[in-house]
Each structure stands twice: as structure tokens, then as C-alpha cells.
Design a protein around this ligand. Sequence first.
Ligand code: NAD
Length: 499
Amino acid sequence: MSESKLSPSAEALAFIQRQHKFLIGEQWLDAEDGRTLDVVNPSDGEKIATVPGGNKADIDRAVATARKTFEDSEWSRIKPVDRQKLLWDFADLIEKNAGLLAEIESIDNGKSVVIAEHVDIRLAVDFLRYMAGFATKIEGRSVDVSVPFMPDAQFHGYTRREAVGVVGAIVAWNFPLLLACWKLGPALATGCTVVLKPAEETPLTALKLAELALEAGYPAGVLNVVTGIGHEAGAALSHHPDVDKLTFTGSTEVGKLIGKAALDTMTRVTLELGGKSPTIVLEDADIQSAAAGAANAIFFNQGQVCCAGSRLYVQKKHFDNVVADISDIASNMTLGAGLDPNAQMGPLVSARQQERVCNYIQQGISAGATITAGGDAHAGPGFFVKPTVMVDVNQNSTVVQEEIFGPVLVAMPFDDIDEAVRIANDSQYGLGASIWSNNLSQVHRMIPRIKAGSVWVNCHTALDPALPFGGYKQSGLGREMGSDVIEHYTEVKSVLMSI
Ligand code: NAD
């Protein structure tokens, strides 16, 4: 455990210690009923701030504001080129404030400040810039038609892609700012308005984003942020009949509730949900780099990554070596606060998450697993769990089938490619998978057989704005990023004109 104690900058501290309010239209408000939520620093368990605990009345007000702004405001008449520039300016401001945002994210979530700046914020800025370009490239088609029952008529047929309208965005706590930007990018590029509800554990960077959006020049009402608890503010947003599209990142359990609520009102919906992604190491791989890559695939961001490589399958010949290498890496990792640059792993986001992960470890041990590294929480303040590796697990066991969402790896050997594909696909989830191998034709033959939205080869959780990301099976519906995301934020209108 690293003992370095680092204080946040005066600017970060001033922001965190503010009397926080949320943004609806141009007004910074308390919750209508005055309730607040505590915000806790996971690195020491101390309360650091309070934010308003929004409820249905606040969501109603935010949706009404977003509706009015979408239908009748300068935003509803803005030119694509100006939407493009605004989004670019917004990205510039986020980049300018990257250090501050990273500190706030680190203190709020527990993640490494270095990773927050160079992964979370960097990816968010790159993605918003990528999306800015789409504002001027949203196109319909002109279509030659042959309407059968009007033989003498001539027609001009074409399609238009139109902004879907008011977007309700609900996000998880593991990459708070980045996940919010995955929703804001396409929504703002296409001309939608947004009501964003951040996770109750990590509301702070969403409030800073709202401030930066106004500073970038977005008209009031385009981005509204309401902080609150999931089953209150989140549920109110997902059941709201005047929301045109819901976009959600979080657990499969809550995703299903949101999907059902959306179906009731025929609200468009995309769901980015949980995962239990396999890391598959073939015998011809560069074994040392595969072991290092597999360790990073699970331990990055404390394992709180939807596509974390949480199931490791290694071809028998190298199983013991790879497990030994990863266990060695795990046992030597330095745990420490998010602001500590020497820390290689921070705390989990909350006491609840720490307890949940430790329960899973205990369940694995009870079912006969052998622990080769870690195996419990780290004593002391903060919500730390030691990076943990388990072997002697059964493919059907809870620890192999359920998403633990912490730094816990389960490892199993396999004999041949058919077995690797079978056990990799033996999951309710299908978010990501990585294959480690130097046999390219073997890899190419495997890729179509893997049921996952992303397949990485000799890398894992490598994301780029231009590549769509999303899940097969119970890992979700729809895609974020890439050009594919535009269709989820637009409707297609067919126009047929008799000429
Ligand atoms: P969660 O589902 O508990 O919460 C996510 C969000 O939903 C939060 O904002 C929460 O307040 C809200 N919420 C909770 N209950 C709600 C309800 N009844 N109605 C409406 N909203 C509600 O998930 P979590 O624990 O915050 O996040 C971890 C999960 O997110 C993991 O399963 C992880 O795999 C998943 N995740 C997926 C992706 C992806 O892109 N596929 C990315 C990050 C995280």
C-alpha cells in the first residue's frame, strides 16, 4: 500500500467543496424537495460534498425544458456547421480543463488521476471531436420509386435523417465523464437536447461538464443535468412519456427495467450493459506479453470496466506459466489513493462495491477455488480490494458466470480451439473478447465464431472513437461510437412528392 498522501489542487478543492446545484435550462437549482446526497471519496471513505437529490418533479422540469429547447429555440434552428463548431469548442474546453476534471474524477471515483487524465478525459475529447464532424454529415438519400397504382405520376422520393428529440441519458460510475460524453457527442452533433442523470456515486464531473457546456456557448436547455438516485430520478427519466430516446450505461439488471419502461412509451432506447469478457491465450502467443496484457485487461480501473477481461482461458501447455506471471504482477501491485501517482491500483467506488466483490471471492473459495494472488479486502480506510486471481474454478460456477466488476480474475485451461470458442461463448454476456496469438489465420478463423461486440487481438479494451462499441446478448442493445451511433440519435423520414 502506498503511503503517499496527496492534496488536491486549490482549484479542484474549491470545486468539490462548492454548494452544488444541478442545471435545468439556465438555472442552477436545488432539488425541489431540498434533499441532498452525500458524495464520498473512495480512497479514504470521507464525505467530500453533497449534491441535490433530484426526484420526479425535478426530472419533469428538466424534460419540459429540454422539450421546449428542442422544439422552439435558437437551438432548434441552428445550422449544422454551428453545431459542429459548438461541439468542437466544448471538446476544447474539456481539454483545457483536463487536469482539473481528472482530479475531480479521481477524488470522486477513486481512479488514478493519471488514468483519468490520459484515458477518460483524452478519449472523451477525441470522441467529441470525432462526433463534431458528423454534425455536417447527416444525410438522407434520394430514391427512385415506382408507385404501382399511379402509373402516369412522377415522383421525387427522398429520406431525411432528423434528430430524435429529447434524450434521457443515464450513466454508471466507472467512467463518469467519458460515459456521459459517449451520450452527449451524438446527441449534440445531431441536434437533440439532453437530460443527463449521472450515477449517485460519482455526480461531480457531470456538473462540471454542464458548466463547460454553457461556457462553450450551448444555449440554456440543450444540456440539463439532474443528480439523484437511480430508482428515483433515473426511474422518473426512464418512464417519462416526453422523452424521445433513452440511452443507458449500467448493469444488465437495471438495463432491463429501462428497456421495459422504454417499450411502454415506444421510446427509442440503447443499452450498454454488463460483461464477463474472455481473454483467450493460444499456445503460439508471445506468452510474456499475453500474461502482462491479461493482467492489465482485468486490473485496469480496479476491474471496474464493463469489458474487463475477467475470464482467462489459456491453452494447457502454458496455463501454469501464465497464471504464475499474472499472480506475480497482482501480488506486486501497489495500492493507493487515486491522487497518488505511485499507486497502481486505487480503491473500488464504494463500500457496497467492496463488499460485493469480497462476497464473490468468498463464494469462489467456498466452491473450491484456489487463490493464487490477493483474495480479500485491504484493511484500513478506503474501499480497497487486493488484485485477486482464482484457479480451480468450474465453468458453471457463479464466479465464472456472473459479473464481479472488481479486480478478480478467474483462470481456466483449455485443450483446443473448439473448446476455447465454446467456453468463451458460454456466457449470458457478449461485450468483448481478446485473443492472444501469433497465428493470424487461426485468429481470423476464430473471430467470426466469437459472440461479442468487440474482439481484440493481442490487446484488450483498446477503444477508438471510430470503432463502434456495444454488446451481443445480455450486454446490451445498439452501439456507441463510430458512425453507427448516429442512427440511434436520428429518425428516418421518407418523403414522396408527386411532381
Ligand atoms: P447500475 O445499473 O446500478 O446504475 C447505472 C445507472 O443507472 C446509475 O446512474 C443509477 O443511478 C441508474 N439506476 C439505478 N437504478 C435505476 C432504475 N431503477 N431506473 C433508472 N435508473 C436507475 O450500474 P452501476 O453499478 O452504476 O455500474 C456498473 C454496471 O455498468 C456494470 O454492470 C458494468 O458492466 C456496466 N457498464 C457497462 C458499460 C458498457 O458500455 N457496456 C460501461 C460501463 C459500465
